[in-house]
Structure formats: structure tokens, C-alpha cells
Design a protein around this ligand. Structure first.
Ligand code: TGC
Ligand code: FAD
Length: 392
């Protein structure tokens, strides 16, 4: 990206709904992004380079586990603060937001919510600070949208269990120090556990040749008779609701984050079309360009209201997973549509790394798929309003 000139659109003065603390948090993350990430993100994405050196900085900034209590190294903040952080990060790059989502919502959250006091004390402070990087293993080669179809399994063996199986498409796995892994016990019940790098039989091969999320590292988790101490198993959750509960937190962050992508694409398209002249005037002066810009800002504004309200409901403990699904799906759809329109509005320049558009567009093809695909979230809403399950 040449220079980060981003100015966030706020057509309905939604800043007035934020507290001074919210705005300070948002502006702090924005300033860090502009200084440390924007100048290099294009090169990292082009080179498929995961900027691991930023992980401790992200820890210091407080983007890992912002809602986890301070005593465990978290931020003790509310959900709107968390959402704003994810929005600022993903506004720059979805892969960077992935790192924060996985660490905070998919690794720290389950250790905090389902773990023993010993597990919390052992892992959370190091994950919060970015000293350790974590990953989350749910998806398998033959169990994606239907995680209950997983084959990974544990067998009891005195003071430990023997873990076998494999996980696929795991963000951060090749660099992770610890992995939160979900596997079935001998009764077929899903259990969660922390698997540590260095345990014999545990490997994390990288997945290559992605056209999307290129600044984020994705891999597998392979378990070949791994001895996992029983003290690493989460004592406080059993069944699919364990991993799905983590996904609700991460999907909330994506709902805010993907909207950041939409805002960045709109901001870039607005600036470009006002500067770029064809037929003797700025192309923003043509009705077809204005139609696109007007529709973009309308969708962004509706999305901003939706995620803000969802944040309030989360803070009050009233948000349902189905409401989170609606917001995740809506933000991804808006972001993809706006990125595609913005790409056209930038003409040929839109395919280059001079502008963030094409990178955002390709990133969104992952974001619309992971954490539940577009159609899965539609079916979740469908089931919620009809009471009839159309998945199976
Ligand atoms: P179902 O029978 O509906 O539910 C099983 C139990 O779970 C409870 N539950 C939830 N709890 C919390 N949050 C949610 N979102 C929940 N959804 C369901 C439910 O109440 C039930 O509890 P209980 O007490 O009755 O046992 O389960 P199902 O097998 O019918 O599946 C439903 C379905 C298809 C919606 C679900 O499996 C699903 O969401 N599939 C999508 C899978 C997915 O999202 N995978 C994501 C993998 S992780 C990832 O992509 C990380 S990307 C990270 C990054 O880089 O940002
Ligand atoms: P499938 O489930 O095979 O779906 C294929 C198509 O079928 C989709 O369009 C889907 O909507 C449709 N479909 C499936 N079931 C139904 C149905 N009942 N009705 C109608 N249509 C249906 N997973 C992790 O556990 N941890 C991670 O960190 C992680 N990171 C990821 C990073 C990236 C870059 C990517 C691409 C994926 C990541 N995932 C991760 C996996 C991700 O969650 C899965 O890809 C996703 O859940 C979809 O599973 P699948 O790819 O197996 O697709």
C-alpha cells in the first residue's frame, strides 16, 4: 500500500454512541496499524509472509483477549471495545485480524471459560502478552461445516490420553506454541484440550499456495499417538457447544472486522473517484459511480448500526449466537460486494498493490467461508425463525 490515508466513514454520527474510552482504544489501534502494519502489509501479503514479530506488539497493544479479566492478563474491556479493535485491524488486513481473533476468542476464551484455574494461570498471561501464539483446531479434512463429524479421538491411558487424528485449515498452526484441540473421547463426546508444541507425535505442516489471507499462516495439526496429560483437558465443558461457544465470540469480532474491510474499500473508492479524471471531469461526477458510492455508504451505515447494537446486547449478556451469525454473514456480504465494486471503480489500478482493494477482496473469500460459511449462517437464521433444522 503506497500511503495509508484512511478516514473512517461515519455517516450517521455513530461516534456519538461511543464512550471516550472506546474512541481512545480505537484511535490507539488505528495509529499502531498506520505506523507498523500499513506500510508493509502489501509486501507481506505478496510474499506470503506472516509478520510474527508483530505478535508481542499486538499483546502490548491489548488486542489479545480484550474481554478476558485483567487478573489473567486480559484487558477487562467490553465487547464494543473488542469490536472496534477488530475493525481497525481488519480494515488494514483480514489476516492480521485472524491472528487476533484466534488468539483472543478461540484460544484464550476457551481456556478462560472452560479451563481449570491452573490452566488459566499457566497459559493466559503468556498468550495475552504475545509471548506465546496459539491456534484452534476444530476443522478436519472430512468435517468442516459439520464439526460433529470429526474423527480425531482420545483414548484413556492412566494420567494422560492418547490423541490421534488431524486438523485442517488451522490459522497460525505452523508458528503456534499451543493448540486448543477438539477431539472425541471413547464415548464419542467432544472434549477440548491444550496440546503443546514439542509433544512427541505432534506436527504442524503449512498449507501453501493460498490466494487469500496471504499474510496469515495456515496449516494442519497432525496427531500421531500424542500423549496429552489429563491436566491439559478442559474440565468445564463437554460436547459441541464447547467449540461453538468460542466461535460465537470470534464471529462477533469478524462482524466488526469485515465491516472494516468495507469501510476501507469505500474510503479508497471515494478518494480515487474524486481524483481520477476521465472525459474532462472526476469520475465521481458520473451517476453510475455515485450510485455505487451511495449504495456502499448506505450498506456500511446499516452494518455499523447492527454491530453496535450487537455489542450492546453482548455487553448486557443478551446476544444470542443466532444474532451473531446474522451480523457475521451480513458484514461479510457487504464487504465482498463493496470490495468487488471498489475494484471496478479503481479501473486497472484496482488490481495492483497500490491500493488495498484486491487484497481485501481475496481475503474476504476466506472470511466469508471460515467461522461458518455464508450459507451455514443463513441456515442458522432460517432455523431460528422457523424452528425447523434444514442442515440435516
Ligand atoms: P447443534 O445441535 O445445533 O448444537 C450443538 C450444541 O451446541 C450449542 N450451540 C452453540 N453454543 C454456542 N454458540 C453457538 N454458536 C452454538 N451453536 C450451537 C447448541 O445449543 C447445542 O448445545 P447442547 O447443550 O444442546 O448440546 O449442532 P449441529 O451439529 O446441528 O451443528 C450446527 C451448525 C451446523 C450450525 C454448527 O456445527 C456450525 O456452526 N458449523 C460451522 C462450523 C464452523 O463455523 N467452523 C469454524 C471452524 S474455526 C474457524 O473457522 C476459525 S477461522 C479463524 C480465523 O482465522 O479468524
Ligand atoms: P464444507 O463444509 O465442505 O462446505 C462446502 C460448501 O458446502 C459450502 O458452500 C457450504 O456452505 C456448503 N454446505 C455444507 N453443509 C451444508 C448444508 N447442510 N446445507 C447447505 N450447504 C451446505 N478451522 C479451524 O478449525 N481453525 C482455524 O483456525 C481455521 N482457519 C481457517 C483459515 C482459512 C484461511 C480457511 C479457508 C479456513 C479455516 N478454517 C479453520 C476452516 C473453516 O472453518 C472451514 O473451511 C469452514 O468451516 C467450511 O468447511 P469446509 O471448508 O470443509 O467446507
Amino acid at each position: 500500500m503506497s500511503q495509508d490515508l484512511y478516514q473512517h466513514p461515519d455517516y450517521y454520527l455513530l461516534d456519538e454512541l461511543l464512550t471516550d474510552e472506546h474512541k481512545l482504544i480505537r484511535d490507539t489501534v488505528r495509529a499502531w496499524i498506520k505506523k507498523e502494519v500499513s506500510p508493509n502489509i502489501e509486501e507481506w501479503a505478496q510474499d506470503c509472509h506472516f509478520p510474527k514479530h508483530l505478535v508481542p506488539q499486538m499483546g502490548e497493544l491489548g488486542v489479545f483477549g480484550p474481554t478476558v479479566p485483567v487478573e489473567y492478563g486480559g484487558g477487562g474491556l467490553d465487547y464494543i471495545s473488542y469490536g472496534l479493535m477488530m475493525q481497525e485491524i481488519e480494515r488494514c488486513d483480514s489476516g492480521m485480524r485472524s491472528t487476533a481473533s484466534v488468539q483472543g476468542s478461540l484460544v484464550m476464551y476457551p481456556i478462560y471459560a472452560y479451563g481449570s484455574e491452573e490452566q488459566r494461570k499457566k497459559y493466559l498471561p503468556k498468550l495475552a502478552s504475545g509471548e506465546w501464539l496459539g491456534c484452534f483446531g476444530l476443522t478436519e479434512p472430512d468435517a468442516g461445516s459439520n464439526p460433529d463429524g470429526m474423527l480425531s479421538n482420545i483414548k484413556d491411558a492412566d494420567d494422560h490420553v492418547i490423541l490421534n487424528g488431524s486438523k485442517m485449515w488451522i490459522s497460525n498452526s505452523p508458528f503456534a506454541d499451543v493448540a486448543v484441540v477438539w477431539a472425541k473421547d471413547e464415548e464419542g463426546i467432544i472434549r477440548g484440550m491444550v496440546v503443546e508444541r514439542g509433544m512427541e507425535g505432534f506436527t504442524t505442516p503449512e498449507i501453501h499456495n493460498k490466494w487469500s489471507l496471504r499474510a496469515s499462516c495456515t496449516g494442519e495439526l497432525v496427531f500421531d499417538n500424542v500423549k496429552v496429560p489429563k491436566e491439559n483437558i478442559f474440565p468445564n465443558v463437554k460436547g459441541l457447544k464447547g467449540p461453538l461457544g468460542c466461535l460465537t465470540k470470534a464471529r462477533f469480532g469478524i462482524a466488526w472486522g469485515a465491516l472494516g474491510v468495507a469501510m476501507d474499500c469505500y474510503d479508497s473508492a471515494l478518494r480515487y473517484t474524486k481524483q481520477r479524471e476521465q472525459f474532462g471531469k472526476p469520475i465521481a461526477g458520473f451517476q453510475l459511480q455515485q450510485k455505487k458510492l451511495a449504495e456502499m455508504i448506505t450498506e456500511i451505515t446499516k452494518g455499523q448500526l447492527l454491530v453496535w447494537r450487537l455489542g450492546v446486547l453482548m455487553n448486557e449478556g443478551k446476544a444470542t449466537p443466532q444474532q451473531v451469525s446474522m451480523a457475521k454473514r451480513n458484514s461479510c456480504e457487504i464487504a465482498l460486494n463493496i470490495a468487488r465494486d471498489a475494484r471496478q471503480m479503481h479501473g486497472g489500478m484496482g488490481i495492483t498493490g497500490e491500493y488495498p482493494i484486491m487484497r481485501h477482496m481475496m481475503n474476504m473469500e476466506s472470511v466469508v467461508t471460515y467461522e461458518g460459511t455464508h450459507d451455514i449462517h443463513l441456515l442458522i437464521t432460517g432455523m431460528d425463525v422457523t424452528g425447523i433444522n434444514a442442515f440435516k
